[in-house]
Ligand binder design. Structure first.
Ligand code: FUC
Length: 341
C-alpha cells in the first residue's frame, strides 16, 4: 500500500491511495474532490470509473459537483429556509429561491486540512474543516472530519463525523459520478441497479420534494429485482420526466445496500451505508461537451449515489430528521466495494 502526492496546476494537493491489488483512489485537499478511481475490470485491467475534469482549473467552479464532499446539507432546502425550535433560519439561495448542496459556502469549495494514516490493511486520509457559526446562515460552530480509507479488500470507505456547539442541521455526502464501463467508454444506461426500497420522495417541477412518498411497486423506481437505468431514462413515468428524463430522487433504503453492475466490463460496485436513504442522480442535466478524463461529457455519462438524510425532513414529517444536538456526534459511513463478475 502506498500514498503519493502531487501539486496540481492551481497549487492544490492531489493524494493517491493505492492498495496491494493496485486499486487506487485519488482526491484533492480542495473540496475533498475524488478525481480518479482506478478499478480492475473482469480481465484485471485498471481503468478510471469516476467522472473528472481533464483540466483541474475547472474544479474551482464545479457546478456539477464532480467528486466533491457536500455540506452542510446535501440536496435542496426549499426556499432556503428552515425552522429549528421555533426560530427561522435563512440560508443563502443559490438555485432560484432554493438552497442547493450547502450553498455558496459549501464544503465542495473549501480547502480541507489533511492527515494521512496507515494500518496493516488500510491506507487513508483524514480531512478536517471547521465551519463557523452562521456560515452561510447555518447555526453552530461545526467541526467536520471526513475519513477516506482504501482497504486491501478493494473497499473505499467514507466516514463522516461532526460536532456542533449549538443545535443545528447536517447531512453530508459525496457527489462522485460513477461510470463502471471504465475510462468513459459508454454511458451508464446499461448499468443494472438493485436496491431494497419501497418508497421514493416525489418531486415537483423545481426538483423540490413535495413531501409525498411514492410507492415504487409497478413503476420504474422499483429496483428490488434489479433493472437497467435505461428503463427510467426512457420511461414515460411523470416522475422520470420531471427529473429531466431519468432519476434524481431520494430513495428510502431498507437495509442501506445498493448493488450496481456493468455487464460490459464485469465491474460490480456495492454501496453500503448507515444513512436512511440515497439520492440516485443519473446526470440527466449534466452539461454536455465538457472535456473529461477519458472523453467528453454527455447526458447519462455518470450516476451518483448520494447517501444522505433528506433535507425535505425540514419541511415534511414523513422522513428521518437531520438535526444534530449541541455536543452530539454526527457519525455516518458509506462503503463502496468493488468486485468482478
Ligand atoms: C444532484 C441533483 C441535482 C443537481 C446536482 C448537480 O445532487 O440532485 O439535481 O443537478 O446533482
Amino acid at each position: 500500500m502506498q500514498l503519493t502526492t502531487r501539486k496540481t496546476v492551481n497549487q492544490w494537493t492531489e493524494y493517491t491511495l493505492t492498495n496491494d491489488h493496485d486499486m487506487s483512489v485519488s482526491f484533492l485537499d480542495f473540496g475533498g474532490i475524488i478525481t480518479k478511481m482506478m478499478v480492475p475490470n473482469r480481465e484485471g485491467k485498471l481503468e478510471n470509473i469516476v467522472l473528472s475534469y481533464e483540466d483541474y482549473k475547472q474544479y474551482e467552479d464545479n457546478p456539477n459537483y464532480f467528486g466533491a464532499l457536500i455540506g452542510r446539507v446535501a440536496g435542496r432546502i426549499e426556499k432556503a429556509s428552515f425552522e429549528l425550535d421555533g426560530k427561522e433560519y435563512l440560508l443563502i439561495p443559490n438555485e432560484g429561491k432554493h438552497h442547493l448542496h450547502g450553498g455558496t459556502t459549501g464544503f465542495h469549495q473549501v480547502l480541507w486540512e489533511t492527515k494521512p494514516f496507515q494500518t496493516e490493511n488500510e491506507i487513508g486520509m483524514k480531512l478536517f474543516h471547521s465551519s463557523p457559526d452562521n456560515d452561510g446562515g447555518y447555526p453552530g460552530n461545526l467541526d467536520v472530519t471526513v475519513k477516506y480509507t482504501l482497504t486491501n479488500d478493494n473497499e473505499f470507505i467514507i466516514d463522516y463525523e461532526a460536532v456542533s456547539d449549538q443545535k443545528t442541521i447536517i447531512s453530508l455526502t459525496n457527489h462522485t459520478y460513477f461510470n463502471l464501463s471504465g475510462n468513459l467508454k459508454d454511458t451508464v444506461e446499461q448499468h443494472v441497479v438493485m436496491m431494497d426500497c419501497e418508497e421514493v420522495l416525489e418531486l415537483d417541477h423545481e426538483l423540490i420534494p413535495t413531501g409525498k412518498l411514492m410507492e415504487v411497486k409497478g413503476t420504474p423506481f422499483d429496483f428490488s429485482q434489479g433493472r437497467t437505468l435505461a428503463e427510467g431514462i426512457q420511461s414515460e413515468h411523470p416522475q422520470n420526466i420531471i427529473a429531466g428524463n431519468g432519476y434524481d430522487h431520494y430513495f428510502l433504503l431498507n437495509d442501506g445496500t445498493i448493488v450496481v453492475k456493468d455487464e460490459s466490463s464485469g465491474r460490480v460496485m456495492k454501496v453500503k451505508t448507515n444513512q436512511p436513504g440515497v439520492v440516485m442522480y443519473t446526470s440527466n442535466t449534466l452539461e454536455e461537451g465538457l472535456q473529461l478524463q477519458g472523453g467528453i461529457s454527455k447526458q447519462y455519462s455518470g450516476v451518483c449515489f448520494e447517501t444522505q438524510g433528506s433535507p425535505a425532513s425540514l419541511h415534511h414529517t414523513v422522513l428521518p430528521e437531520i438535526t444534530l444536538q449541541a455536543g452530539e456526534k454526527y457519525q455516518k459511513q458509506t462503503i463502496f466495494s468493488f468486485q468482478n463478475e
